[in-house]
Write a protein that binds this ligand. Structure first.
Ligand code: ZN
Ligand code: ZN
Ligand code: ZN
Length: 258
């Protein structure tokens, strides 16, 4: 990849339960198509030689054992829900027994909750082997990670304010139900938009497929990928046939370069 390009690798594209869902016998959960097997949602964005992990859910270890380039230079967190932060403890392998702090970027409310859930990672002298984090509290303003400009995209996850991220011409917006106009404006001009599309029927905190398609139409990127889908979306092979030109359903392991 040339250094000015952006590469995005989908580590997981499933909703909070993952797909298949434990004990479910539906067509999607019984599918033998590997694209119907979805870890909890997360991506790695690579640009200018920097590897940015977006979210670190409970499947992080399995996801990283499956990628060809398992490097992470910093973590960007979208929100505190367990399917997005449940794997943070596994970042310990990047911390060299306390020698190296993993830079983590998140809203203040996310850090407050993380400190409650994982207090042992934030104390002054943790026991050797626990992950250590360099915390960077973000707001709505763009920031730089090892020279890569990252723009937070505030969105509403039902009643919970969370963020997506724009990195160059790529934007990743997961767990959104609604996107304020100001954030729509920040998304204008992206070449690649990744956005959540939970299922076909209404949900209080996630966009339906129809709602996602209407945002995509408004932003009009060259290419859009749908993520954070649940088993009710349908089998991958069928859903992809029904999508408009320029819109695809993401799947675990997919790598897209622009
Ligand atoms: Zn989620
Ligand atoms: Zn199912
Ligand atoms: Zn969530």
């Amino acid at each position: 990849m040339n250094s000015s390009g952006v590469e995005i690798e989908f580590l997981g594209t499933g909703t909070s339960t993952g797909v298949p869902v434990i004990r479910c016998q539906c067509e999607v959960c019984r599918s033998t198509d590997v694209r119907d097997k979805r870890f909890r949602s997360s991506v790695i964005v690579r640009t200018q030689g920097v590897n940015l992990l977006v979210d670190c859910g409970p499947d992080f270890r399995s996801q990283m054992l499956a990628v060809t380039n398992p490097e992470v230079d910093a973590l960007l967190v979208t929100h505190i829900h367990y399917d997005h932060v449940g794997g943070l403890d596994d970042l310990r392998v990047f911390c060299g027994g306390g020698e190296h702090d993993m830079p983590v970027y998140a809203r203040a409310d996310v850090f407050e909750e993380l400190k409650r859930h994982m207090d042992y990672c934030f104390v002054e002298h943790p026991y050797p082997g626990v992950p250590s984090f360099e915390t960077h509290v973000i707001d709505d303003k763009a920031f730089s990670v090892f020279g890569v400009e990252v723009t937070p995209i505030p969105v509403m996850h039902g009643k919970l304010p969370i963020v997506g991220y724009r990195i160059g011409d790529v934007a990743y917006v997961t767990d959104a139900k609604t996107i304020p106009q100001e954030s729509i404006n920040k998304l204008r001009g992206v070449k690649l938009l990744v956005i959540n599309a939970l299922r076909h029927t209404q949900h209080h905190s996630h966009m339906t497929l129809e709602e996602s398609l209407s945002v995509i139409k408004d932003i009009n990127p060259q290419q859009a990928y749908l993520t954070h889908v649940c088993h009710e979306i349908g089998v991958h092979a069928q859903v992809e046939k029904q999508l408009p030109a320029g819109v695809k359903l993401a799947y675990d392991g997919l790598v897209v370069r622009i």
